[in-house]
Write a protein that binds this ligand. Structure first.
Ligand SMILES: [Zn+2]
Length: 373
């Protein structure tokens, strides 16, 4: 019997990557998952996390965040806002472009306890002017440089997982994003924007298998994926058929319960559940990953359904093959222990619309690389 550094004892392991949904103990050594078995002895471990009555899942993977803290105006601190809530792997969705990615790498990616990857904005300065009076400058064509963007991706393959097209850069930048993604051989994440000048059908025209449509369940006057009768548009169904990934990207203005209910009712479920966490969504309506997952429990999904979309499903969508989103033996010991509470809860979407739910996920304990956070 080996001596483990840490043992997560007595919880229900929900790890869709291995098809496990039953009681198992998770033993950790040298920052990696050493063993998953029922009945591992607490005396075999230096540290024990009591997960009795709790859910044990792979550390959450949030593929839409903005963690260029103190540089991007809406940036948040990843360790405070993501890791402490159970997100052990966060993808920054276009806060930086090729010109200011080096800062994201040096000051955030390399220094945070959270594992951080980036989708590089097709705009050279990313979202530095987003939400400010300077935002209209993003549509200046000089903001886009395909050759340098491709070079930056090639030089940073370990951190950059694709391209981000943000709608504020306009339709021309979408063509550039397509070109850059093709040249670099990466995926691109595109926004389902509420801006009527880039309707989702036009955006989808440029999206291929593996590309990610974020803000999929946008609401408001231009709900995007639904037609005026509330039916999922045929071009959306076609895109899903050819392998376009449907992502939530909740955010301050991009998630509508009504749109989600109608889409799910017609069989269109998200492939990935992400937050679009930034300074204007972190204090509500998004708060964190467990709250976002709880909203999908309220929409009728099961715990397994939401966990797969926030772990292995999310990791696969951004091409992470380094063991993120799984607790297979040998994978990084990134673990979240969640409490599934029952009661009468009220959840709010980005439009201020409320829904009741009877279940809520709350973070109990987070382990990152074998160390308790
Ligand atoms: Zn965003």
């Amino acid at each position: 019997m080996g001596d483990y550094d840490l043992l997560v004892k007595g919880g229900t392991l929900v790890d869709p990557s291995q098809g496990i949904g039953e009681q198992r103990d998770v033993a950790v050594s040298d920052g990696k998952v050493a063993e998953i078995r029922r009945g591992l002895s607490t005396s075999s471990a230096k540290q024990v996390v009591d997960a009795d009555g709790l859910i044990v899942a792979p550390g959450l993977v949030d593929i839409h965040t903005h963690v260029y803290d103190a540089v991007m105006p809406l940036g948040i601190n990843p360790d405070l806002c993501c890791l402490s809530k159970g997100t052990t792997t966060a993808v920054d969705a276009g806060s930086s472009g090729y010109l200011n990615f080096p800062g994201l790498k040096e000051h955030i990616i390399d220094r945070s306890s959270t594992r951080i990857y980036a989708l590089l904005n097709i705009g050279s300065l990313g979202l530095m002017t987003y939400g400010t009076d300077l935002e209209p400058l993003q549509t200046d064509p000089r903001q886009v440089d395909v050759a340098n963007t491709v070079r930056a991706i090639r030089e940073n393959r370990d951190s950059v997982v694709g391209i981000k097209w943000h709608s504020t850069y306009g339709p021309k930048a979408l063509l550039s994003a397509r070109a850059a993604a093709d040249k670099a051989g990466t995926i691109m994440m595109c926004e389902n924007s509420a801006a009527s000048w880039v309707p989702v059908s036009s955006v989808l025209d440029y999206m291929k298998r593996g590309d990610i449509l974020t803000h999929a369940f946008q609401g408001g006057p231009a709900p995007g994926i639904l037609d005026e009768n509330g039916s999922v548009k045929p071009e959306v169904l076609k895109a899903v058929k050819r392998g376009v990934v449907i992502d939530v990207g909740h955010g301050a203005g991009s998630f509508s319960f009504e749109t989600a209910e109608k889409a799910i009712g017609q069989g269109l479920l998200p492939d990935v559940i992400s937050t679009d966490l930034h300074a204007r969504s972190v204090n509500g309506p998004v708060f964190d990953m467990p709250t976002t997952l709880s909203k999908f429990l309220a929409l009728g999904l099961s715990v397994e359904d939401v966990v797969i979309r926030a772990t292995s499903g999310a990791a696969r969508a951004v091409g992470l093959q380094n063991g993120a989103g799984t607790l297979r033996v040998g994978a990084a010991a990134d673990v979240v222990v969640l409490r599934l509470e029952t009661g009468d809860f009220v959840f709010e979407d980005s439009l201020g619309k409320k829904r009741k739910g009877e279940r809520r996920l709350i973070t109990d304990t987070v382990v990152r690389g074998g160390l308790r956070v």
